[in-house]
Design a protein around this ligand. Sequence first.
Ligand code: SF4
Ligand code: SF4
Length: 718
Amino acid sequence: MERQFTEEIESLKLGDGETFRGEGILAVTKALLQSGVSYVGGYQGAPVSHLLDVMVQAKDYMNELGVHVEACTSEASAAAMLGASVSYPIRGAVTWKSIVGTNVASDALSYLASAGVIGGALIVLGEDYGEGGVVAQERSHAYALKSMMWLLDPRPNLTTIAKMVERGFELSEASNTPVMMELRVRACHVQGSFAASNNRAPAVSTRNLMEQPADFLYERLAHPPAIFPQEKKKSDVRLPAARKFIAERRLNEQFEGDESSVGIVVQGGLYNNLVRALGILGLANVFSDERGGCRIPILALNVVYPLVPEEITTFCAGKSAVLVVEEGQPEFIEQDIATTLRRADVPTKLHGKDLLPMAGDYSAEVLVRAIARFLAQRAPHVDTSSGARWLEAIEASRARAAQALGALPARPPTFCIGCPERPVFSAMKLVAEDVGRPHVSVDVGCHAFATFEPFSQGNTLLGYGMSLASSAGVGPMSARRPVAIMGDGGFWHNGLLSGVASNLMNHGDAVLIIMKNGYASATGTQELLSSPLEEVRAAASGGSATYADKTIENTLRGMGVKWLRTVHNYRVADMMKALRQAYTTPEPGLKVIVAEGECQLERQRRKRPLVAARLKAGKRVVRTRFGVDEDVCTGDHSCIRLSGCPSLTVKNSSDPLKVDPVAHVNNACVGCGLCGEVAHAAVLCPSFFRAEIVHNPNLWDRLVARLRSAFIRRMQPA
Ligand code: SF4
Ligand code: SF4
């Protein structure tokens, strides 16, 4: 796995009178244990991966508490785990990245929400929205509304986040409804502290088993005819119970301000940005206390669904206007508030998306502009000139930066140096020059870096494990076979059934390339069904550990795939040969190439301490590096365009007759050999050389080095 969480695991054991320090998502993990959770599941994905990763690594401690932890194969299996809370009074939590994970989980969630729960059920969502988001920009809020599950959006500080985890379970139990908690990237990674309390070993646990299964109660099944009364119960019983709990336990927070003729209603998760913006406008002191010493009254919604109508009308009463700060579209909260105000005949003017952008991240800059406009219209006596000056300064520095950076080329994100997936795309690029460019459907995972330059490959991206399925409609209409790229993570998540099984059942004819790097690399190298075993990894030391495992190949064969090749990624010529065959063979049916090569990140993580230990012990270590002979390099840079390795760069030639910069390998090179392989396969100039750096050389090394030096000296002109 990407990280060792030794310190974090220790902080999970803190108790009464101690202070937890760390990031938001680990505060959630700690709060789950304080809440007496019995089981935790999930599927990795930023920004919530650490929740599960830490628990998986803290296996011994979880066993001690009796908490069951499961790294699920998809969000759907995680959501279905919550079924335990339908029949038993036990608390469970699951986590994943949203919106994508919620999409995958939505079938199970619908049924869960219909049946209702008797044990608290909490779904922790990494709301990957806004700057830095990597998934389709949609809101989890829509799922909360359509399934009638409650949605928490805590203010991003650790005390509130931890409190809302505990209240979330209580709310779930008080209203027999699953509760979702959305945490944006900033909330997950916000640093802070909170007063810890003792962890609660759950009453029912892996150490304290239930003697009997639950009674058979038909009304707990989300099945007709039970689904009809369940739907009525949602609005008649569960919703009022939830509103009562939210109001009585004061889950939402109201902050007073002296400009009481106006107010701001904000999603809890945006509170920090709002206070920052008000601080810039001279209306809050962000350093005064945690509440910001704000002059404008604020209603911070730690629960964004359901809203409590009385809280809204009380906050708005006596105010001429209120601004709703709600990120993303559509404006669910604003519409909800408008309905409440209209029904209660409250005349307060409502602003929101008329002053704020409908889509996109609500950064401090966006909020400063919108609040200034709101106050200019509704409270013009309030001085916001400091905000105007701040915006002018931002514009000026932006213009200066644009001028300074104007001449620089864009630097798209790319694979790690030495990544085993890069050679596959180099080979695809070279084969396309011969047989033509195919339709390429790409998938979610590290291989999606190939959509950027210099590979620029991919026609569609429709979700995790969906690449082969998304080419099903293209193949029969195309003269050339479509190509689908899938990672081993995507293969196990969804690709095996949605893609491979569907293709085989329909006698499809397509090419599938499975990147078998051994892990769910893009999310932190979590383990998969086909990950190499620990002992295989240890034995592989510096080499690739993926070879031993044939789970993917055996599964494909068992399902009936006839055309199957496993190719070592770094052998570009072999990969080109396999691709050419797959593209052009007259043989019908699915053609699968398993591109074998362990994730370089994981491999280097294993290799680095071994090398360091050998060096420290004074033992011989040989490092392979590649280089470019600048006398030979012509400066046309085909090698860079074909391999895209970031350590392959350019430098000025020391030859005054060469005006173009020459290719150069910098110190980051891990010696994967791709550049040399590509140069060879593409018949480029012979400027690449392979060098071996020998640390702690033995007598033989020294003798050979001396002989070589002597020979070179002799060959050089006097
Ligand atoms: S994490 Fe692994 S698979 Fe992903 S880009 Fe880096 S080396 Fe490649
Ligand atoms: S410069 Fe060449 S050998 Fe070094 S990491 Fe990049 S592709 Fe591999």
